[in-house]
Ligand binder design. Sequence first.
Ligand code: ZN
Length: 101
Amino acid sequence: MSRRKDRMTFETGGRVYPMRPPFEGADHAVVEGWTCPTCGGNKVAGAGRTIEGPHPSDTYRADGGCASCRKVVGVLRVKVAGTLFGLEEDERVASMGVRIY
Ligand SMILES: [Zn+2]
């Protein structure tokens, strides 16, 4: 979920904020322009990743919670750059152990 051109956003309170992972492979991301109303943190972690939208889809969706206090719940999305056949097909191909370049 951390290929370079992937686009991450966090939706909460009817607004959508850009996110950026602090390092490659991070399990949370910094939300730009948002702070947690409970603890003042600005990092969000996702849980329960699913593929969103009609097939073929290039977007993962997860429940987003504050990485510090775990209280805020919004929606975290990752739009994957360069999926070949939609995420469902790509995951199927990946689970077969086939790599496509
Ligand atoms: Zn918090």
